[in-house]
Design a protein around this ligand. Structure first.
Ligand SMILES: [Zn+2]
Length: 154
């Protein structure tokens, strides 16, 4: 029916964790776009810089692009964080099932621990245990242990 009109919960989470390479709000934009020059403001250091954005992009998108290209410490730090989150999200997509909601839970766990609102999350799926947290360097860390139990009860 009208199944594709609303993004489902996973797409919303993925949208935050795995930001697509396409223009925000315009995922189906053609590969060749007319680019224009606009000034944007880095949201961290408030430096103004000229950026190339697709024609029709909003001032907010120009600011995002300026932030993306800025070389101030905070912009660099935030880009690194985003890359780590994307890398962890890509890994999780290959390991966990979307159909059974495992992936949604793992992506939430990665985001919440990376942002510091949760210290760590332990997930148990079958014989695998996954502990999601961050290490002392601020890297996303996911430790997997596999336990083959020999215990039998009758
Ligand atoms: Zn900046």
């Amino acid at each position: 029916m009208n199944k594709d009109s609303e993004p489902d919960e996973l797409e919303k989470i993925e949208g935050e964790v795995l930001e697509p390479e396409t223009v925000p709000g315009n995922p189906n934009a053609p590969a060749v776009r007319k680019m224009i020059q606009r000034s944007g403001i880095c949201k961290y250091c408030h430096q103004i810089r000229f950026v190339e954005i697709p024609e029709g992009a909003t001032p907010e998108q120009a600011n995002e692009q300026a932030t993306e290209e800025c070389d101030c410490d905070e912009a660099i730090r935030q880009r690194e964080r985003k890359q780590r989150m994307q890398a962890a999200g890509e890994w999780a997509k290959n390991v966990f099932s979307k159909e059974t909601n495992q992936l949604q839970v793992v992506l939430c766990a990665i985001r919440a621990t990376f942002e510091g609102s949760i210290d760590y999350v332990t997930l148990k799926i079958g014989k695998h245990t996954y502990k999601v947290d961050t290490d002392s360097d601020g890297m996303i860390r996911i430790r997997t242990t596999y336990r083959e139990s020999d215990e039998e009860t009758f």
